[in-house]
Design a protein around this ligand. Structure first.
Ligand SMILES: N[C@@H](CCC[C@H](N)C(=O)O)C(=O)O
Length: 287
């Protein structure tokens, strides 16, 4: 420990602590741990403890980076309830920004639970990620049984799509008036979704623009959800409401989504906020 904190005994536990980065993509915020050089064992209980906004650092998702043979980096996503997710679009962009800067490359391949994702530097501080083709078979979302994915047998006839994680997408008249804390948990735990689901509410502005609010699986509304924006663009297009290329206006800002022949491309900004160190004292207590 250097500088004015040198000699403060309690701060010794930072010297051998665990470094992390705090980033966000449109206010969807992440703690990023780098397990490429040193092992970072993670458990559901540790993720919950680090994610606590008062007793920990706080995040919407915890992201662990690891080495792998077939991509620039392997990424695992944890939710605040200690569950893991196969996809997280905003965190994928944030990690992409780190690796683009670290390597000096303009194109990357990232491994996530969804498989290999292509990334490209989009200029102006933006990053584009190909989130892959949407999963449009009921078993892949997954849903509990075979139903019409464009009009689910749920009041309001939402649509379903998988992006490596499940999504339930409602189209509504007035998205601002919705009480996400009331509605979110009802649909997150709907019996049609055996692995629970992320829940998106869309208001169509025109054929290339939508407003979206989200309740994420894991039990919280977030300011943005990249995979949710991709799933929403897919559902809205399949319902005949929008073109394949849309601007999605989220609470934290705008994402560009383009459903092309090779997959759903998502383009948006990222922000590195700060770096820190989890103290050994804290880590000993949460292990
Ligand atoms: N914020 C994310 C999605 C994170 C995972 C999600 N909560 C899940 O459990 O599937 C995004 O930007 O995609």
């Amino acid at each position: 420990m250097k500088g004015y904190m040198a000699g403060m005994k309690i701060l010794d536990s930072l010297d051998n602590g665990l470094p992390f980065l705090k980033m966000h993509g449109l206010g969807n915020d992440f703690v990023i741990l780098d397990a490429r050089k040193a092992d970072v064992p993670m458990t559901a209980a540790m993720a919950q403890a680090i994610g606590h906004r008062y007793f920990g650092v706080g995040f919407d998702q915890l992201v662990v980076l690891a080495d792998c043979d077939d991509a620039d980096v392997d990424i695992t996503f944890w939710n605040t309830d200690g569950s893991t997710a196969g996809a997280c679009g905003n965190a994928t962009r944030c990690v992409a920004r780190l690796i683009l800067d670290e390597t000096g490359k303009t194109d990357l391949t990232l491994r996530t639970g969804r498989g290999l994702l292509s990334v490209t530097e989009a200029g102006g501080g933006l990053v584009s990620v190909n989130m892959g083709q949407p999963q449009l078979d009921w078993q892949d979302v997954p849903l509990a049984r075979e139903v019409d994915l464009v009009e689910l047998p749920i009041e309001g006839a939402p649509g379903a799509a998988g992006m490596g994680n499940p999504h339930c997408v409602f189209v509504v008249e007035d998205v601002e008036s919705l009480d996400l804390h009331k509605l979110g948990p009802i649909y997150e735990h709907h019996e049609l979704y055996p692995e629970r689901t992320n829940v998106e509410f869309l208001q169509i502005i025109d054929r290339n623009t939508m407003r979206m609010r989200v309740w994420e699986r894991g039990g919280l509304p977030t300011l943005a959800c990249g995979s949710g924006a991709c799933a929403s663009a897919v559902v809205a297009h399949r319902k005949g409401l929008t073109e394949r290329n849309v601007t999605i206006k989220l609470d934290g800002g705008d994402l560009q989504i383009d459903w092309r022949d090779d997959g759903v491309w998502m383009t948006g900004p990222t922000q590195l906020v700060f770096s820190g160190v989890l103290s050994t004292d804290f880590l000993d207590k949460i292990k």
